[in-house]
Design a protein. Structure first.
Length: 166
């Protein structure tokens, strides 16, 4: 899996769990308020996967979870394989997503690979394209919301408070 950033320890990214955070590059949105804008572009510098997996293996038992964030992780071809490797170390896995790829979410949910999911709801529907600076399939967003609500997997929907924009 392509990786653009790695935070070795976090106490805020997975509710109630000490975790590490892996940031994937690239995104299919370009939100005006993105806090990870430096990793969503195609020229984002990449970090090798193996040293991160080695670190996670050594920290198993000290950390209890791994968060996969981005960018947009569901754009990554090898996301499932990465999650499977991480789970062999005994970690719970949280996915942060923008919800644009419900088929990818469904595949991960059907294989019971996710322990927690956070989906960002970027804007009111009427302003989605403007805020994300992209053409968003709102049916995909609605399908992802329904998937999470009916999944039985703990989840949250996050909103960015930006009254000047929304």
């Amino acid at each position: 899996m392509l990786i653009a950033g790695f935070q070795k320890t976090s106490f805020v990214d997975y509710p109630g769990q000490p975790c590490a955070v892996v940031f994937t590059p690239y995104c299919n949105m370009d939100c005006v308020y993105c806090h990870n804008a430096h990793i969503i572009k195609r020229d984002a510098p990449l970090i090798p996967e193996e040293p991160i997996l080695e670190y996670l293996e050594k920290r198993a038992g000290l950390l209890s979870a791994v968060v996969i964030s981005g960018g947009e992780p569901t754009l990554q071809q090898n996301l499932e394989a990465f999650i499977l490797r991480v789970r062999t170390f005994g970690y719970a896995v949280k996915l942060d997503t923008n919800g644009t790829k419900p088929q990818a979410l469904l595949a991960l949910l059907n294989k019971n690979l996710l322990d927690y999911i956070a989906m960002d709801v970027k804007a009111p529907e009427s302003k989605y394209d403007e805020i994300t600076r992209s053409s968003v399939d709102m049916d995909a967003i609605r399908r992802s919301i329904a998937l999470l609500r009916n999944s039985g997997v703990p989840h949250e929907f996050r909103l960015t408070f930006a009254p000047q924009l929304t």
